[in-house]
Design a protein around this ligand. Structure first.
Ligand code: SF4
Length: 326
C-alpha cells in the first residue's frame, strides 16, 4: 500500500462534484509494483483512490477500507487525489534503477473518473511518460481520456501505447442500475472508435458480465458487434467476481434490485470467482461471437489478452481480480 500524506480536504459546488469530498494528498511514490506476477505487466500508476463511477460490483471497493473509510458510499464520495503524481513520476522515471518497463494504468481505480476533469493529473503523467519514452497502457470507463488524445498520439510515436475500455453491457437499463456514475456505454464505444481511428490500439474488456442480468446472448452479441465495428483490437470477457468486501456491497444491492436472483448468486458464488464451467463457457461464447461477427477476419483478438502469462485457471482468476475490472 502506497504511503499518502493528506494536505487538504475540498468540496466543489458544481453539479458533477456535488456530494464528493476530495482528499488532496501527497504520495511518496507513484509507480507501484503489481502484486502476484500473474499479469503481463509488473508496474502500475493509480493517481486516485476511490471512484465516483460508483459501479455496484467494483472490485476496488475494499481498498478504501485500508484508508479507514468504508467500501460503500465513502468509496464513491471520498476520493483521494495524489496531487503530486506527475512530479513524483518524473523523479521515479529519471532514477537510475528504473528500467523503462511497461506501466499499466487503471488497474486500481479509474484514472479518468470525474476528479480528473478538475485535477488533470493524467496530462502531467502522460507528458512525463512521453519525455522518458516509457511504454504504457490505460484501462478506463472514462470518455475524458479523449481530452488527452493529442498526448496519446504523441506518446505512441515514441513508445508502445495502448488503451482498453471496460464495457460490460450496452443495455441502457443495466448500465443505469449498475454503473450510475459512468459515461454512457455507447459514448465509451464511440471513444474506442476515436482512439483506434487515431492509431491508438484499443480493446474492450467486457467486464464484469453479470449472470442473469447482462449475459443474455442478445446482450453479449450487441457488445461484441459494436466492439468490432469500433475497430477494437481485442474483446475480453470476465464474469463477475465476488470477493470478500465486494460481496457485502453487491448482495444487498442484488436483494433490492433483483431479489429473484439472490438464491442463484448464493449458490454460484460459494467461491469468489463463480463456477469454472460458467467462466469457460462465457469465454467460448464470446470467442464464437467474435468469429461470427467477422472479427477474426478483421483482426480482432477474441479474448484473454490480459491472460497471456497465465498458466492455470486459478492464476487467471487471480489475474483478473488484480485488474480490479474497471
Ligand atoms: S469498476 Fe472501475 S470505474 Fe467502476 S467504480 Fe470501480 S474503479 Fe471505478
Amino acid at each position: 500500500m502506497d504511503q499518502l500524506f493528506e494536505i487538504a480536504r475540498k468540496t466543489f459546488d458544481t453539479p458533477e462534484f456535488r456530494g464528493i469530498t476530495f482528499i488532496e494528498s501527497e504520495a511518496k511514490s507513484i509507480i507501484n509494483r503489481v502484486p502476484g506476477g500473474a499479469l503481463p505487466f509488473d508496474w502500475t500508476i493509480n493517481p486516485y483512490r476511490g471512484c465516483s463511477h460508483a459501479c455496484v460490483y467494483c472490485f476496488a471497493r475494499p481498498t478504501h477500507t485500508y484508508l479507514d473509510m468504508n467500501a460503500g458510499r465513502d468509496f464513491e464520495n471520498k476520493i483521494v487525489v495524489k496531487v503530486n503524481a506527475p512530479e513524483v513520476l518524473r523523479r521515479e522515471l529519471a532514477a537510475r534503477r528504473w528500467k523503462g518497463e511497461h506501466i499499466a494504468m487503471g488497474t486500481g481505480t479509474d484514472p479518468y473518473q470525474r476528479a480528473e476533469g478538475r485535477y488533470r493529473l493524467m496530462r502531467g503523467i502522460i507528458e512525463a511518460l512521453i519525455d522518458h519514452r516509457n511504454p504504457f497502457s490505460i484501462l478506463t470507463k472514462g470518455t475524458l481520456i479523449l481530452r488527452d488524445l493529442d498526448l496519446l498520439v504523441r506518446a505512441a510515436e515514441v513508445a508502445p501505447v495502448s488503451a482498453a475500455f471496460s464495457i460490460g453491457t450496452l443495455d441502457e437499463r443495466v448500465w443505469r442500475e449498475t454503473e450510475p456514475g459512468t459515461p454512457h456505454p455507447k459514448a465509451r464505444m464511440d471513444a474506442v472508435r476515436t482512439l483506434t481511428d487515431a492509431g491508438i490500439p484499443t480493446g474492450i474488456l467486457m467486464a464484469p458480465i453479470l449472470p442473469g442480468i447482462s449475459d443474455r446472448p442478445d446482450q453479449l452479441r450487441e457488445v461484441v458487434g459494436a466492439a468490432i465495428d469500433a475497430g477494437a483490437t481485442h474483446v475480453s470477457p470476465i464474469m463477475l467476481h465476488l470477493r470478500p468486501g465486494v460481496r457485502e456491497e453487491f448482495l444487498p444491492w442484488l436483494e433490492q434490485e433483483h431479489p429473484d436472483l439472490v438464491e442463484r448468486y448464493l449458490q454460484m458464488y460459494r467461491q469468489p470467482y463463480g463456477p469454472k464451467a460458467m467462466r469457460e463457457s462465457l469465454g467460448e461464447r464470446i470467442s464464437s461471437m467474435v468469429s461470427a461477427a467477422g472479427g477474426i477476419r478483421r483482426g480482432v483478438e477474441p479474448a484473454r489478452r490480459f491472460f497471456r502469462r497465465d498458466r492455470s485457471p486459478g492464476v487467471k482468476a487471480q489475474a483478473s481480480e488484480q485488474l480490479r475490472l474497471l
